[in-house]
Design a protein around this ligand. Structure first.
Ligand code: ZN
Length: 240
């Protein structure tokens, strides 16, 4: 048998190519195969996304730490995870838009801003991701991690936050009158989860680290709001 990926001759008994690792005896690409691959990537006990979501919920920083330390095959790739969850979150946000704009008694000017932020939500999240990674790297640079490792950490964290947003949107849709207080509680819970994640990733519990993380969260919020405001004003001036 010949491997379809690297063309080397492989014995009949192999189910994976010993040269490149590709599965042997792959059929033609068709819809059934595509669905099968999708199902495997969701439920696979090794690299499955459901397993990753579960672990990111209760030990986020440890997952990211294990991933950058070399356990690549055990977890779904952080960068794919971020792209996937941002796409899913964008879909739900666009669905939710009408509910949010109907219930919140906001001025027309802010309404336009909110619509803008919803519409380009995915771009803002992906734009913030490297900035966010830089901040963590900068504040924890004495702890011997490189920038890309921090990008993997923030990809996992931002990706998981997208799922929390979707849950929050579901709650807001069910209880629209509680938008304000629910928003505060969810924001606080996410911040606590996020703080624990970075403490786990950097294997520290020091008060000084907690202070730094609170500062990073504040700074990230200020920068992301700044980006949204300034691009909104440019967008309006350009009148696209
Ligand atoms: Zn091969």
């Amino acid at each position: 048998m010949k491997c379809k990926n690297c063309n080397k001759v492989v014995g009949e008994t192999h189910s994976y190519c010993p040269h490149c690792g590709q599965k042997m005896g792959l059929g033609r690409l068709n819809f059934k195969q595509l669905l099968k691959d999708l199902w495997v990537s969701l439920t696979n006990t090794d690299q499955g996304i459901l397993r990753l979501i579960k672990h990111l919920t209760y030990r986020p920083g440890k997952v990211a730490r294990e991933y950058v330390s070399g356990r690549r095959k055990s977890y779904f790739n952080p960068f794919n995870y971020l792209l996937l969850t941002v796409a899913i979150a964008l879909y739900f946000i666009l669905q939710f838009e009408t509910v949010a704009l109907d219930y919140s008694k906001i001025e027309p000017d802010n309404k336009e801003l909110l619509q803008f932020a919803f519409k380009y939500f995915n771009i803002f999240i992906l734009l913030m991701w490297p900035i966010h990674g830089s901040l963590i790297w900068l504040f924890f640079r004495r702890r011997q991690t490189n920038y890309v490792e921090n990008l993997a950490l923030t990809a996992y964290l931002s990706g998981q936050t997208m799922l929390y947003y979707i849950l929050a949107l579901a709650l807001f849709t069910i209880f629209p009158s509680l938008l304000g207080p629910l928003g505060t509680i969810i924001g606080l819970l996410i911040s606590i989860w996020y703080t624990i994640a970075i403490l786990q990733f950097y294997q520290t519990k020091s008060f000084w680290s907690i202070l730094k993380i609170v500062f990073i969260i504040t700074l990230t919020n200020i920068i992301s709001q700044g980006i949204i405001y300034s691009t909104f004003h440019i967008y309006r001036t350009l009148d696209i």
